[in-house]
Ligand binder design. Structure first.
Ligand SMILES: Cc1ncc(COP(=O)(O)O)c(C=O)c1O
Length: 309
């Protein structure tokens, strides 16, 4: 999806013009994928624009950095404030996507990243539905990828490390070229892991099942956690279990969750319709509640909102 430039990007404490937010070609992270990042969304609410679970995302950024032994030269509070500032100064009142990035900068080369300077940027821009409005409304067609998810002992799948996303890109390209909307990756042991940038759930006889994130080598998604909380509150049982690919073919409903994608029904897996190929009632109920929660329309979930003004 093409980027819509906004006015300013926060770079190491300064607000820089969008067009000037550049780095040197010898930036360490460009060569070795040695950064960590987050993806966050802000939504319009009756009290103005609000960032969804901002502090949880910034905390996960620090946790990813810890795994890679990167010392972020700011506190959680400072980056929460910086993210809010970026949304405010760019007047993104209708909501936006926010992308904090911690990268190892210019000045050192080679595979020992420890002497590198640590830089931080936060950009924000208006971003529509990641998998398309049609996907959100009627569901997407997904393919089990021929690429496996990372072995967590090869790269730490609990972290959002920039270089790790070549795996997601390989799977996405394969799926799109084959005519699908998204890919599902299996873990090295053959169990279902996650999508390229989303977690997934199935509904089986009224019960929600999502792969156990650490066993499956998947990121523990903040949207996944929000959906679990909403599902519990609506009275649905949720469990983390191992899933195999045929569980996806025989599920009553299936959907994926992620900050960028939000909640998207899966209408077919490997050309087998999920249920009758239309978004199921539980998926729709969770989707509706989630979209109301992020817009501040459900009192119970107001703690998840971080107002910008
Ligand atoms: C690989 C991967 N899995 C799952 C997710 C979903 O996580 P969240 O709901 O926190 O955005 C993301 C997005 O950050 C991701 O990149």
């Amino acid at each position: 999806m093409p980027l819509t430039p906004t006015e300013k990007i926060w770079m190491d404490g300064e607000l820089v013009d969008w067009a000037d937010a550049k780095v040197h070609v010898l930036t360490h992270t460009m060569h070795y994928g040695s950064g960590v990042f987050e993806g966050i969304r802000a939504y319009p609410t009756s009290r103005g624009v609000s960032v969804f679970r901002l502090r949880d995302h910034i905390k996960r950024l620090f946790s990813s950095a810890k795994v890679f032994m990167i010392d972020i030269p700011y506190t959680v509070d400072q980056l929460v404030d910086a993210a809010r500032t970026v949304v405010r100064v760019n007047e993104l009142v209708d909501g936006c996507y926010v992308r904090p990035l911690v990268y190892l900068g210019y000045g050192e080369m080679g595979l020992n990243p420890m002497p590198c300077p640590v830089n931080v940027s936060i950009a924000a821009w208006p971003w529509g539905t990641y998998l398309g409005d049609e996907g959100v409304a009627n569901g997407v067609r997904v393919k089990i990828s021929s690429w496996r998810r990372h072995d967590p002992n090869a790269v730490p799948t609990a972290a959002k490390g920039t270089g790790m996303y070549v795996n997601s890109s390989l799977a996405k390209v394969e799926a799109v070229k084959a005519g699908y909307d998204e890919a599902i990756l299996l873990a090295p042991d053959g169990n279902v892991s996650e999508c390229t940038g989303e977690n997934l759930f199935i509904v089986d006889h009224g019960r929600l099942i999502t792969p156990h994130t650490s066993d499956a080598g998947a990121l523990w998604g903040i949207t996944q956690q929000s959906v679990e909380a909403i599902a519990h509150d609506l009275g649905y049982a949720v469990s983390h279990e191992q899933l195999i690919r045929s569980d996806l073919y025989t599920a009553d409903e299936a959907f994926l969750t992620g900050t960028a994608a939000e909640i998207v029904p899966i209408r077919a897996v490997d050309d087998r319709l999920v249920g009758d190929g239309r978004p199921g009632p539980i998926t729709k109920r969770l989707q509706e509640t989630y979209f109301s929660a992020v817009r501040g329309e459900v009192d119970q979930y107001k703690d998840w909102l971080d107002h910008v003004d």
